[in-house]
Design a protein around this ligand. Structure first.
Ligand SMILES: NC(=O)c1ccc[n+]([C@@H]2O[C@H](COP(=O)([O-])OP(=O)(O)OC[C@H]3O[C@@H](n4cnc5c(N)ncnc54)[C@H](O)[C@@H]3O)[C@@H](O)[C@H]2O)c1
Length: 473
């Protein structure tokens, strides 16, 4: 009787196919962690998906030396036209166009025109395009969250190892300024042993989710074909990587430690169904979503690592509250947290502004010293998007291992199916697959805080004005 009164799922072992596939690890073909692909003097980039996010990426790439945007692909003509406009405004040549149905990307991936396929489609197309890119002998860089299922995670890993092509997860939040500072502090031992980390994606997306898409515009702040509303049906953390990525990097996950198992929980939906009903009264377009069984507002995961650390992740895109990715790191010597109020503390002592400046002077990584100011000028979430793109291109041009490899893409993304299973099974725990198949114990930590200064310049589109400040022209 007490159990019957619970409002959560009543059947155990729902979605058993997820649990069943956790232990099925294909044999490792080649370890892509730390793998340096042959240098590319010029990186020819092809974009697939040029909506809101993809168009920003095209623009950012026009500022980076050694990049040629050679191909643009989207299912919508307006998106490709918009991409061409960005190139012509930057004084760059037109790219070859691939405008067709959903599978138009195949031709791009088979062409000899590009070295890197940059993927910013809705989630369902991420892995199909990434696989086609690697099979076509090209590196893939994939927006977040990269994969939707465990099968997709393993497909990425298997294909990257076999083809020796990078499959990079474009987790821009790893390159934000405070995240980079704390990563370097973690590398230099300032935190002592890291014990616990917290991350989140808490972002009220009401404006974007209920914005009706207009197919004839490159981007209008709406999700093409309302794709994100469709993803809202899934009772899982569908967007785990913004919070998780920076914590994993600080904890050397896949490079010295590994996520061992997780448990997840989700609230009911208290807002989405009501908002849909409200919108449907204003506009019949929204009637198609009335009565849908939506994901709950808040979901969270608790993850334990093999080295005994803990991580907590939260995800809420439908509650009226301020933005937060938390980004909290708690160690035996130091504590840092970015949201709601950014601070660093040693024991009970929260550092003051002067001490904070000293920490920044000492621990700001070379990468940020080199491109941080320019990144702020170019923009993209305050600059972090540009730091990420610049670093990716610099690694490819100099034959350096990438910071966020296929094992990161798989292990950060797999939180979606794992949380889905745990939520459906009263928060029972589930193992996190070892995508590195044991190599995590010996893989070296990424060295981006050391060698991140790189050699790639930012195009002369950015010039210093008379006051020495940088201007974007
Ligand atoms: N890292 C970040 O901060 C961040 C921010 C926003 C979005 N994103 C991610 O970027 C991706 C795109 O999101 P968005 O907001 O730009 O959505 P969007 O709807 O604005 O853009 C998606 C684009 O992909 C195109 N598309 C759809 N199917 C395609 C296919 N089969 N082949 C080629 N093109 C196709 C659409 O026509 C559209 O132009 C998502 O993965 C999202 O999670 C990341």
């Amino acid at each position: 009787a007490p159990l019957a009164a619970c409002s959560g799922p009543k059947e155990e072992s729902k979605l058993s196919y997820i649990k069943d596939s956790v232990g099925k690890n294909p044999k490792m073909n080649f370890n892509m962690c730390g793998y340096a692909a042959p240098k590319l003097e010029t990186v020819r980039v092809g974009f697939v998906g040029i909506g809101d996010r993809g168009s920003g990426a095209v623009k950012r790439m026009t500022f980076i030396e050694g990049v040629e945007v050679t191909a643009l692909c989207d299912i919508r003509r307006a998106a490709v036209d918009g991409g061409q406009k960005i190139l012509s405004e930057a004084g760059l040549p037109k790219a070859k166009e691939f405008v067709g149905g959903d599978l138009g990307f195949k031709e791009l991936c088979e062409s000899g025109l590009v070295d890197l396929v940059y993927i910013a489609t809705p989630w369902e197309w991420h892995v199909p395009v990434a696989i086609a890119a690697m099979e076509g002998d090209k590196h893939a860089a994939v927006e977040v969250s990269t994969a939707k299922t465990l099968d997709e995670c393993w497909q990425m890993v298997e294909t990257s190892e076999r083809t020796r092509k990078h499959c990079v997860i474009l987790e821009n939040c790893c390159y934000d300024f405070f995240e980079m500072l704390t990563l370097n502090m973690a590398r230099q031992g300032v935190f002592g042993d890291l014990v616990h980390g917290e991350g989140a994606y808490i972002h009220d997306l009401d404006y974007w989710q209920f914005n009706k898409p207009k197919d004839n515009q490159m981007t209008d702040g709406a999700y093409t074909k309302m794709w994100r509303m469709h993803e809202n049906k899934r009772k899982a953390n569908v967007y785990p990587t913004h919070g998780l990525g920076p914590i994993c990097q600080s904890m050397n996950i896949n490079r010295g430690d590994k996520m061992d198992y997780l448990t997840a929980m989700m609230s009911d939906d208290f807002t989405l169904k009501n908002r849909i009903a409200e919108k449907a009264k204003e506009d019949p377009f929204f009637e198609q979503f009335v009565g849908w069984d939506m994901r709950g507002n808040m979901d969270m995961q608790m993850i334990r690592t093999n080295k005994g650390r803990t991580i907590m992740i939260q995800h809420d895109i439908s509650s009226p509250r301020p933005y937060s990715r938390i980004h909290m790191l708690s160690g035996t010597k130091c504590f840092a947290q970015k949201w709601p109020l950014q601070h660093i503390a040693f024991g009970h002592n929260v550092v003051d502004d002067v001490q904070m400046k000293e920490l920044e002077e000492k621990y700001t990584p070379e990468l940020i010293r080199k491109v941080g100011e320019m990144a702020k000028q170019v923009g993209g979430h305050g600059g972090m998007d540009f730091v990420m793109d610049w670093r990716l291109i610099d690694c490819l041009r100099n034959g350096l291992p990438v910071d966020m490899d296929v094992y990161d893409a798989a292990s950060w993304s797999c939180i979606t199916p794992l949380s889905e299973w745990s939520i459906a099974n009263k928060s029972n725990s589930i193992e996190v697959p070892d995508f590195t198949r044991g190599a995590w114990e010996t893989n070296a930590p990424i060295d981006l805080t050391l060698t991140g200064a790189g050699t790639t310049e930012v195009r002369n589109l950015i010039k210093a004005n008379s006051k020495g400040q940088l201007n974007v022209h």
